[in-house]
Design a protein around this ligand. Structure first.
Ligand code: KDG
Length: 337
């Protein structure tokens, strides 16, 4: 009888030990976070995602782990945004321009020539106005953490240099899926065609579209120089990216876990802006070296394009609301005094 009792006790303690080991193993298994993005791993966007992932692992002591998925493998921006809202994906970084269908105030950042410099952009995006626009996402199921820099956008095409607005007439120009970009480039005389970023290279390669507009960094990292002969420097709009979290998922996190993600996002923002600006500074030389023919618009032609493009401002002000529009203009006027 004693033997039987000893065997039963031994079996029970082994099972308890296994269960507790299992529980500990369960405890230290990191929380896995799927983070999708649209450019490739070697791009400025991909490099910043890696910095974010490393920082999350460091700050959480290995308890939170980012599984970064690039090159739009989880779908284009709009598809990933819906996956976050539904809770099927935890995080992403993408363009604010593709968010206007969800949060109309994001159209503020589509305003042509809104910012004259990266310094102005940082001050507004990281200040109360940027936060106010970001907070509007929450009622739609998204949490914005920080803005990254996509950069000032410039025109490329396979047909001819764009030295004046009229040179855009008849150019099939791909634009982001966004009403302001569509309207703005139609106003300039281009045949504006909205396409997801993930389809852009093949559309250029097959001549489905003649041209596109993006920052130098993207023209380099996506190898558009292989299918685009002409680069015309317009700097027509400053384009932000935004790091997003599924609110459904965010609300389940502890305050400590939320702090890890926000602190890591701020570290990645500082890295991303420095890295992107350094690369953009070298880009024109690099792109010339890749065989692109580069032209800058004359001040007079730039002014004509600016006057024509800013005709969309009334549409933007109506969309984002006059209070937010006026607050932004006042803030910029103060900075420029
Ligand atoms: O995922 C790609 C997006 O980040 C997008 O913003 C890139 O600027 C872009 C474009 O032209 O689609």
């Amino acid at each position: 009888m004693k033997m039987l009792r000893r065997t039963v006790l031994a079996t029970l303690s082994a099972a308890t030990l296994a269960a507790s080991m299992g529980a500990i193993a369960q405890d230290i298994k990191p929380r896995l976070i799927r983070f999708g993005y649209g450019l490739n791993e070697q791009s400025n966007q991909g490099r910043a995602v890696k910095v974010f992932a490393d920082e999350v692992e460091k700050l959480s002591g290995g308890k939170m782990k980012i599984r970064a998925v690039g090159a739009a493998a989880l779908g284009p921006d709009t598809q990933m945004q819906q996956a976050l809202i539904g809770g099927a994906q935890e995080m992403m970084v993408g363009s604010t321009a593709t968010l206007v269908g969800i949060t109309k105030e994001m159209a503020l950042w589509d305003t042509p020539f809104l910012f004259n410099s990266a310094k102005e952009a940082d001050a507004v995006l990281d200040g109360p106005i940027g936060q106010k626009v970001m907070d509007k996402l929450q009622e739609k199921g998204l949490v914005g953490l920080v803005y990254w820099e996509n950069g000032f956008r410039n025109l490329t095409n396979s047909q001819r240099p764009v030295a004046k607005m009229e040179d855009l007439n008849g150019i099939k120009l791909r634009v982001m899926q966004n009403p302001v970009y569509l309207d703005a480039f139609k106003t300039l005389g281009a045949n504006a065609i909205p396409l997801p970023f993930s389809e852009l290279f093949s559309a250029l390669e097959t001549k489905t579209v003649d041209g596109q507009e993006n920052p130098y960094n993207t023209i380099l990292s996506s190898k558009f120089y292989e299918v685009q002969k002409y680069l015309s420097v317009t700097n027509h709009v400053y384009s932000p990216w935004i790091v997003l979290v599924s609110k459904k998922w965010w609300d389940q996190l502890s305050k400590a876990e939320q702090k890890v993600l926000l602190d890591a996002a701020k570290v990645s923002r500082e890295f991303e802006r420095k890295d992107t600006r350094a690369e953009a500074g070298r880009a024109l030389t690099d792109l010339k070296g890749k065989g692109m023919q580069i032209n800058e618009l004359s001040p007079a032609e730039s002014a004509r394009m600016r006057d024509k493009l800013t005709k969309v401002n009334a549409l933007i002000a109506a969309n984002v609301g006059m209070d937010l529009w006026n607050e932004t203009k006042t803030s910029l006027d103060k900075m420029r005094k």
